[in-house]
Design a protein around this ligand. Sequence first.
Ligand code: TLP
Length: 347
Amino acid sequence: MGVVDLRSDTVTRPSPGMRKAIAEAQVGDDVFGDDPTVNRLQEKVASLLGQEAAIYVPSGTMANQTAIRAQTQPGDEIIAHADSHIYHYEAGAPAGLSGCSLRLLGGERGLFHPEDVRTAVRPADSHYPRSALVVVENTHNRGGGSIWPVDQIASIREVADEHGLRMHLDGARLLNACVATGHSPHEYTRHFDTVAICFSKGLGAPVGSAVAGSAEIIQRVHRFRKMFGGGMRQAGIIAAGALYALEHNVDRLAEDHANAKHLANALAEMPGVSIDPSTVETNIVYFDVDEAIGTAQSFCDALHERGVWILPLAPQRVRAVTHLDVSRGDINRAIIAVRDVLNSLAA
Ligand code: TLP
């Protein structure tokens, strides 16, 4: 029996249909702008997100960081949540690549409020960094796949406009938010200057992300993509997987959400772990392991031996992520394995 890999939705592998699309992709040199498949993907993403232009980039990190670089100057400050991906998991890139500091906000499950932004904006005084950019993450990864209410984003945009700030959306999992709420992508993206989305998470493509925005900003992103080493040549080979993912794998994200809820509901019944299943809105499930059972690491090691892989992310906290390579049957196997581990560790 195979492994049930719940470490991340990045672990998906291309399906036979996707591999066929990849094998048959028409390609050209994308640094010259000649790759027809990349061009088709970029047009499709711009139209999906209701923005003027889009650019294909190798990773979600490069999508966020080229967008940041294109909209800031060294010495600027970025306003973001203390749990944001750009702060925790991008190798210090806002400082390393753009020379920016981060002004970190609190707020439940990765969501902050317009008043938090208003308070964080720096006065126009030469002692301070210049507040330049607000970054919102939707869904919010460390927030447990939480979804931003559209109204809250709209109110933050008003504050940003009052202070001349730009706004970037880390929408690595934006389409999860859209499928879960029924909102169109544009209902979210219209409030942002730039939007990053990823094809290699729940959408199941092997590689790639995109940044969308005005033609002028995307032109700047293009330059920084080259500077950061992300100018690719016959990238249609991988862009074909992304196009296939957008055409076939969006609506099915609902299955991942249902599987995450199913897992959360089962965990809520088990002594030895704690979770509030009502907080599971999309495909990410965080839960805590009681100290009496052991650490998150020892719990994950014991599950690993039973063929179920999840990630320890804090001393007592673990994360499981559902995706298109795990079925309801796999989730049921994971539930049985967790029960077994809890019984053996509690003994
Ligand atoms: N997230 C990964 C890890 O980096 C933690 C994961 O397994 O969830 N924005 C968000 C919200 C993300 O969750 C990720 C990846 C990225 C950006 C970066 O994407 P990549 O890994 O393609 O650089």
